[in-house]
Design a protein around this ligand. Sequence first.
Ligand code: HEM
Ligand SMILES: [Cu+2]
Length: 616
Amino acid sequence: MDWITTVDHKKIAILYLIAGGLFFGIGGIEAILIRIQLMKPMNSFVSAQVFNELITMHGTTMIFLGVMPIIFAIMNAVVPLQIGARDVAFPFINALGFWTFLFGGLLLNLSWIMGGAPDAGWTSYMPLSSSEYSGTHGVDFYTIGLQIAGLGTLIGGINFLATIITMRAPGMSYMRMPMFTWTTFITSAIILFAFPAITVGLVLLTFDRILGANFFDVANGGNPVLWQHIFWIFGHPEVYILILPAFGIISEVIPTFARKRLFGYSSMVFATILIAFLGFMVWAHHMFTTGLGNVANALFSISTMLIAVPTGIKIFNWLFTMWGGQIRFTAANLFAVGFVPTFVMGGVTGVMLASAPADFQFHDTYFVVAHFHYVIVGGLVLGLFSGLHYWWPKMFGRVLSETLGKWTFWTFMIGFQLTFFVQHFLGLMGMQRRIVTYLPNQDFDLLNLVSSIGAFLMGVGVIMFLVNIVITTRKPVNAPNDPWEDGRTLEWSIPSPPPEYNFKQTPLVRGIDAYWKEKMAGHTEMTPAEPVGSIHMPSATPLPFIMSVGIFIAGLGLMFSKDDFGNAFMNGLFNNYIVVIIGLLITFGAMAMRSLYDDHGWHIEPEDQDEKGVRT
Ligand code: HEM
Ligand SMILES: [Cu+2]
């Protein structure tokens, strides 16, 4: 019950981690099934229909329900601590964001047992995703599930923007913010501008499919390429929503374990802003082959290549941070250092793809699959592993086993390279993406086998990480405030895990790497910026959960509103939108409760605050 009603950012972080981890596992199993099917030529492990559902759900689940929530988990766990705040700006909204994401994700995955999963690819291109070519409810689960989950993401992004703008401790100017806070800030801004595009797109697609509209139907004057524009106006910024937080994590981990401040902090900040800005200018590089024309292709080609400049700045900054440092290869740092060359590989193939004439050859082949897995898995997922190993003690008060962590790194890394390196060549040799099987003796056989073996190895790596978590969770909570001993930012100045109110006294920030600065001045803790006093806390509430349940019910109701259940009662309920109305009534009822009932929260008095902030 505690977990359903919590509004504490540290607990919401753990909820995001559990839910994201669960979906990541489901997406991973789907990946393994795909690789089993492709392990040998003319395989019939799954049917073509199931294969389409697997690739669609793998991509959709991994991106929207796997890695994004894990990013949100780390942001929730870390950002308020890094800026010296007691919680996020809107704790209630924070909980609401989590629950809408979770119920959206559950809805999407229910498709497996409710008549078939979506099968039009994670990009859901029209007309593949039209009722004509995708007759089950699969794509409806996609549009409505993502709509609900996306609402959660948008809410979360707005909350982080407000938090970082308004809740920084005294002295923490923008240019003193830790790099991970910066990337969270910029990522949230991208979310704010990119998610409305997909929201609109999903609404139009829902209208086309459920209510018989014709936005994307050529026969009735619609335009399927319009969907591609809308999708990628969201979709390309989305890849920066994914990678910028990883950049932030790497920018925290590398300096800590090199015992040096981050090289080129201000250039890092400006590179992040520039990437975010340019990220909105390049979407049509996914559409070179749709016939946009030479001028458009050339412009999008150039704008895409421009992104390599700020990205390169970041790479060099990380290298220069390590240069001459006293580097310690902890598990977290192995993942961070491994990130750099792997991500560069993905960037290089990105620039190759950005060349429009070359892309006519690469497009829709395994070359593209290799490219985006190098950036997403070799980049983002390594970054997430790094961040989880790094901040685990802060989140749970226990340090993960270093030995197992290193084993996880090597197994996962070798598995990853085996899986995806060969896919570059498969693509260049002409193996199409999203193909259910292939003929023997086209030189595809061996490389596909290697790729599948690599995928198994990655699976083993993930299982090692889970084993590490289980073993660590059974140990006592004894991590010190600063378990790496070289922590630089504010989160390392308070206990692991922090007390409910984080900071007994708001700290005074005197520079970049605020905690490190105090350490260098010979202090063991931060100078407080306020006297000890009563701390105001928000109340726990079940309302966010109830609101999300309502939206979930309404979503299901809408999806089946045109169905014949062969049962007068059920038909009456669904066909007359009664289920939709019930769901919305629950949500609006909860919203009304929230508005009408004033809740002023509660206070923790100084005598209840433990000395040195031991947990209450
Ligand atoms: C230097 C940076 C990058 C460049 C120049 C670049 C360029 C491209 C291009 C041109 C394509 C389209 C290929 C095609 O469909 O024919 C593409 C696809 C893709 N890229 Fe990148 N990219 C870069 C970085 C990233 C990053 C950082 C991510 C994610 C974290 C990413 C994720 C993806 C994804 C998911 C696709 C495939 C989309 C689909 O399903 O069709 N890229 N990239
Ligand atoms: Cu793109």
